[in-house]
Write a protein that binds this ligand. Structure first.
Ligand code: BG6
Length: 585
């Protein structure tokens, strides 16, 4: 998944595009590129993180252009594979976000027709295909339509033409257009142009937008028919995209956890959704951290809501397709609302009449648009690629919905209010950070780290594992405490660090049993718990939050992962090889 950006207006395009790309960089940071039009189209593309304006000296002043930030899927991380890509006669330049699943077949056909290829990318195949269609079309936009219809997979493309046009087409990967007087912005998400626009157009699948001389048009790709469109207001506080004095967005966003829990408490009631929860067979679904949030939501619905709820991993659902029915409800927690693996399932389920509920952070997302029950976490932008406050928001929301199913909404709100105060106090206590910093220094030297938890803390240790892997690139393994003795205990030997996460709940003793088993084999035991234990070599005191104890427990694990990444000198907000929103399968 990548980020695409386009601009036309009165300002210097390369500057506006560079600013937009910087706000999109969390979508991929392998390479980047900008194309602008003066007397001809000029391109500047580089490998690595997005640079600054000085790197654009070779780009002429211009009022129109496009940009791209890349997360490599096809072809190595090289300057030639960086986007945008030129047509053979340089009459247009194209950038893409997505994967052309049938690109090998299309490329072979184009090679037979004599087209030459300079890169290993699937993107260049789209460029040559458009050139080929242009032989039978008067207008470039129609050649783009015809070519786009032959692409399989989730793709969005943007094109800058020599005759001063921007053209963009969508099938799957997100595409939004921002408008402000005579300025038009194209992008993969609203966050990137929010400070500059007042109105947006969210382009749907199978639609294409063109703009020339400030005039924006919307088209149906299949028929070529012109479509009417409605611009929506966008309410965005750009200040929330600054670090506000923190060294990294990750710490800033963890420190916002009390605020996001209070945002959950302030959510308007949705009686229809609660009633559906009571009757339906419920599936929860997500990818990565959101997948673990989905599993924790299912845990809360079973544990406190007494609802049959099963979690699904976004990327692996095929065997459930034949089981889904109109009686079912699928709940999708998602930061971006654009994760392709999950969207693919929701789009299929929607077609067969399954009810969809989504809990999304980014405004105007595709997931929100196809949902029957639309929830917004209202937690403010999450810029760090490692999700922290949004995970906390997603599981706190799941807990409250489960309490509401059993008519204990008030009790749930009271517990979350206490939790928000406890988290605030914990985060603002320097001694807690000092303790975690010291522990982080030790764990940052480890080759392998194991995390043990059970019942309400199983997904918490798995998310702790994810944060350590994402930030420190150290192999970590979150294990159901009771399952340890069946396999993973073979990996435990002298000095191997094992983090045990406990709550004052019915399964505490079982976790202590597992602690004894690893301690007996020489492990270095780190206990995250409301109460100390003599088998802990390192003890991290965590407030006892009763039913919401698991939500409290993720906070010190997120901070630990942060200090480990800092201690290792890693790019905390943009860890290697991952990106914030995965819009490709
Ligand atoms: C990954 C992110 O790319 O996608 C994770 O790095 C995230 O943090 C996962 O949980 C799912 O994304 P989303 O937007 O659906 O929450």
């Amino acid at each position: 998944m990548c980020g695409i950006f386009g601009y036309s207006g009165s300002k210097n395009a390369s500057e506006k595009i560079l600013e937009g790309l910087k706000r999109l960089e969390y979508r991929g940071y392998d390479s980047w590129g900008i194309a602008v039009l003066a007397s001809e189209i000029k391109v500047n593309k580089q490998v690595g993180a997005i640079g600054d304006i000085n790197q654009l000296d070779n780009l002429p002043k211009s009022n129109i252009g496009l940009g791209h930030t890349r997360w490599a899927t096809h072809g190595g991380i090289t300057q030639i594979n960086a986007h945008p890509h030129f047509s053979s006669n340089k009459s247009f330049a194209l950038a893409q976000n997505g994967i052309v699943e049938n690109y090998v077949f299309l490329k072979q056909d184009l090679i037979k027709k004599g087209y030459k290829f300079q890169t290993e990318t699937d993107t260049e195949v789209i460029v040559r295909l458009v050139e080929d269609k242009l032989k039978g079309e008067k207008q470039l936009k129609d050649a783009v339509r015809k070519a786009f219809l032959e692409l399989e997979g989730r793709n969005t493309i943007i094109i800058l033409t020599k005759d001063n046009q921007l053209i963009a087409a969508r099938n799957g990967s997100p595409l939004v257009v921002g408008v402000n007087n005579n300025e038009i912005f194209y992008s993969s998400d609203t966050l990137s142009f929010a400070p500059f626009v007042t109105k947006v157009l969210v382009v749907d699948n199978g639609q294409m937008v063109t703009s020339k001389d400030g005039e924006l048009k919307l088209w149906d790709i299949k028929s070529g028919k012109k479509l009417a469109y409605q611009l929506e207001n966008i309410d965005f506080q750009s200040s929330k995209v600054e670090k506000q004095g923190y060294d990294h967005f990750m710490l800033k966003e963890i420190m916002e956890s009390p605020y996001v829990i209070r945002q959950v408490i302030n959510q308007p009631d949705n009686v229809a959704f609660i009633n559906k929860l009571k009757k339906a067979r419920v599936y929860t679904i997500g990818s990565g951290t959101a997948g673990l949030a989905a599993d924790q939501i299912a845990f809360y619905l079973r544990n406190f809501g007494k609802v049959f709820a099963q979690s699904l991993i976004g990327a692996d659902v095929y065997d459930y397709y034949n089981l889904l029915s109109k009686k079912d409800l699928i709940i999708a927690p998602s930061q971006s609302g654009e994760t392709a693996d999950v969207l693919e399932v929701l789009e299929m389920a929607h077609k067969i009449g399954v009810k969809i509920a989504s809990y999304v952070n980014m405004p105007g997302s595709t997931m929100t648009r196809i949902s029957d029950y639309k929830f917004a976490s209202l937690a403010g932008p999450e810029i760090c690629v490692m999700s922290t406050k949004i995970f906390t928001s997603q599981i706190a929301w799941g807990y409250l919905m489960a309490k509401k199913v059993k008519g204990k909404g008030e009790e749930g709100i009271k517990n979350l209010k206490i939790l928000a105060d406890q988290v605030e106090k914990y985060l603002n206590t320097k001694a807690n950070h000092d303790l975690l910093k010291k522990l982080a220094k030790m764990l940052a030297q480890a080759d392998d780290i194991f995390l043990l938890g059970k019942y309400q803390n199983l997904n918490i240790v798995k998310e702790g594992m994810v944060k350590i892997i994402e930030g420190s690139y150290i192999h970590a393994h979150g294990i159901p405490a009771g399952d340890l003795k069946h396999y993973a205990i073979t990996l435990i030997e002298k000095g191997v660090p094992v983090i045990a996460v406990l709550s004052e709940d019915i399964e505490k003793d079982d976790v202590i049993n597992a602690v004894n088993e690893v301690e007996a084999r020489g492990a270095t035991v780190v206990g995250f718990s409301p109460t100390p234990h003599h088998k802990f070599d390192y003890y991290i005191p965590v407030p006892d939050s009763g039913e919401t104890s698991a939500i409290m427990n993720i906070i010190p694990l997120q901070i630990l992962a942060y200090y480990m990444a800092v201690d290792l000198g890693h790019n905390v907000d943009k860890p290697r090889n991952i990106a914030k929103s995965v819009t490709v399968k």
